[in-house]
Design a protein. Structure first.
Length: 136
């Protein structure tokens, strides 16, 4: 007894109609339909997977470029900080500690100068008291 089997195609708006003679033939056709459906799904998954692979390769190239830019910027920032520190050091008056580190003999000589008071008598009419002068 012939059997009428209608198998809808999920990727098409038209249904396919088969006239089958036996159950075994119907089973074979349903297996073929299932395998073609799986094949289509497999193709869709491959397309999706290829899209993900290209997205991943774009992401990896972005990360590599970002890291290179970060490295370059870090180097530039370090160099600019060094220049700013160098300019600020040259524009500020040097403290005694910095001078002592740069020229210890000069600072030692300047700091060891003793001032001894000397008394000189001014020969004036005698109204002014004696004036004390410091020798440096």
């Amino acid at each position: 007894m012939p059997v009428l089997l209608v198998i809808p195609d999920p990727f098409s708006s038209v249904s396919t109609t088969f006239s089958l003679i036996s159950f075994s033939t119907r089973l074979v056709l349903s297996t073929l339909f299932y395998s073609s459906s799986c094949f289509r799904s497999h193709l869709q998954l491959e397309v999706y997977l290829n899209g993900l692979r290209s997205l991943r390769s774009r992401w990896e190239s972005y990360v590599a470029e970002r890291d290179a830019l970060r490295s370059w910027l870090t180097g530039r920032m370090t160099a600019s900080r060094h220049l700013v520190e160098t300019k600020s050091r040259s524009s500020q008056p040097k403290s005694e500690e910095v001078r002592a580190l740069e020229h210890p003999e000069q600072v030692k000589h300047d700091s060891c100068v003793l001032q001894w008071p000397t008394v000189r008598e001014e020969s004036s009419i005698g109204s002014r008291p004696d004036i004390i002068h410091f020798i440096s």
